[in-house]
Design a protein around this ligand. Structure first.
Ligand code: NDP
Length: 450
């Protein structure tokens, strides 16, 4: 049955890209053993309906640069499944954005959001607009033009977009401003807003902190280990990577790496977060090359020096690895090296950063492997906390959000570990996550009827 659905999917659309098929194939393979356990899954065609988005919106975004030149980009919103609650998922602004990529991210989002146990459905959106090198006013004009096309399709109880790669609180602020102007309403239609108007405390930290809370719980329960004093490798240098490094450091671990799209840093004394932030948390993100100039003893390895199909970061011995940059950034060769060097856990911060063959190897060899849909769900969870605060006109303090996030990440770990055990695939957190998430969504789809 799974093969039939995948074959149909491949045939049905030429826009489909490999990452979408990869994500669907991973999920459906995990579900194969349980699909026969409940006749309603077939009767209600749950799998077929689950792999087909409710709506794929594509629109033209026209904007003026600082020299009054007209530019045109593609804008998208994929509303994949709203069985559990309003559509929810980030917006990505990056030149690599296509419908296929967003379909993969939106599909994953359904499962991630289900794992949180919160009432949110799955969506994703964005544009092939490249924010790099644009002025603040250009970013503002682009965001306003994007929202002018998107606003009729979203709403606080309909679809609540958030940030992702290339979309931080500045962009969310501009998008929100335009939504407010177009609709004359002031509600929680976007999450990840600046704290000054409706944002939740801890949203910027939530994904990275959540990744580490998840890792802490998994290591404690599975290996009776802690992160204290352990060498960890982290990829990426954006929101997720920075806050993963920060929380690792707070828990006494030594995070020795970071990377951007041009190269990697190895700093054996531990990443200097102050320097990393100075380079990356400004309008014109600077190259990590600069880090090695400012921090003696650190090494910069340009991407051009990597061997084919390997990444410098994963060659460095570590106790635990945290891929936090982008999809398919940890290959089979990288996985072999991590194993050889004694890595005991791989905790995904990015969405689908590990290639399927590498995941198989980790699971086969007993490395604790957590899929992003489980370990990076802290971001969307705090986004939902923001929706709750907006709806009740409340403001929660930092400690409350942090406590709830920690508790929620521990619950996600427990949910997927127990599910894996129940279905005879103990410690396979990929299957555990897919099955646990699916059962919740499928039940809602059945109860809501066709
Ligand atoms: P950012 O845009 O803040 O950062 C992404 C980082 O990854 C940048 O440092 C970027 O480098 C780097 N990067 C991009 N491509 C590559 C590459 N090919 N090789 C190495 N580094 C690369 O994004 P986020 O931190 O927000 O997101 C990172 C990942 O986490 C994404 O997969 C996202 O979908 C996922 N995620 C994010 C959430 C969030 O709350 N932000 C929530 C859940 C998942 P450069 O600076 O050169 O572009």
């Amino acid at each position: 049955m799974v093969e039939k659905i995948l074959a149909n999917l491949e045939k049905s659309t030429c826009a489909v890209d490999n990452t979408f098929l990869q994500a669907v194939s991973e999920v459906l393979t995990s579900l194969e053993p349980i699909i026969k356990s409940d006749p309603r899954y077939e009767q209600f065609a749950i799998l077929e309906r689950l792999v087909t988005p409710d709506r794929v919106l594509q629109f033209k975004v026209q904007w003026l640069d600082d020299n009054n030149q007209v530019h045109i980009n593609n804008g998208y919103r994929i509303q994949f499944n709203n069985s559990l609650g309003p559509y929810k998922g980030g917006l990505r602004f990056h030149p690599s954005v296509t419908t296929g990529m967003l379909k993969f991210l939106a599909f994953e989002q359904i499962f991630k959001n289900s794992l949180t146990g919160l009432p949110i459905g799955g969506a994703k959106g964005g544009s092939d607009f490249d924010p790099k090198g644009k002025s603040d006013f250009e970013i503002m004009r682009f965001c306003r033009a994007f929202m002018r096309e998107l606003y009729p399709f979203i709403g606080a109880r309909v679809d609540v977009p958030a940030g992702d790669i290339g979309v931080g609180s500045r962009e969310i602020g501009y998008l929100f401003g335009e939504y407010k102007r177009m609709t004359h309403t002031y509600d929680g239609v976007l999450s990840g807003k600046p704290y000054a108007f409706g944002g939740s405390l801890m949203r910027p930290q939530a994904t990275g902190y959540g990744v580490v809370y998840f890792a802490k719980e998994m290591l404690k329960e599975e290996l009776q280990e802690s992160l204290e004093g352990k060498v960890c490798t982290v990829s990426g240098a954006g929101n997720v990577a920075i806050h993963t490094i920060e929380k690792l450091q707070q828990l006494g671990a030594l995070a020795v790496t970071c990377s951007d799209s041009e190269g990697s840093i190895y700093d054996p004394r531990g990443i200097d977060l102050h320097v990393l932030r100075e380079l990356k948390e400004n309008t014109y993100r600077l190259s990590l090359r600069e880090y090695a100039i400012r921090v003696p003893g650190s090494v910069y390895i340009p991407k051009s020096e990597y061997l084919e199909k390997t990444h410098a970061i994963w060659q460095i011995p570590c106790f635990a690895a945290f891929p936090c940059a982008t999809q398919n950034e940890l290959t089979l060769l990288d996985a072999k090296k991590l194993l050889e060097n004694g890595c005991v856990a791989v905790v995904e911060g990015a969405n689908m950063p590990t290639e399927p063959e590498a995941i198989e190897l980790f699971i086969r060899e007993g490395v604790l492997f957590s899929p992003g849909k489980a370990s990076n769900a802290g971001g969307v969870a705090v986004s939902e906390f923001e929706m709750s605060q907006n709806a009740s006109m409340e403001k929660w303090d930092f400690e409350k959000v942090d406590r709830k996030l920690d508790e929620l990440m521990r619950q996600i770990y427990k949910r997927i570990a127990l599910t894996a055990k129940e279905y005879g695939v103990e410690r396979n957190f990929v299957d555990g996550a897919n099955i646990a998430a699916f059962k919740r969504v499928a039940e809602a789809m059945i109860l809501e009827g066709v």
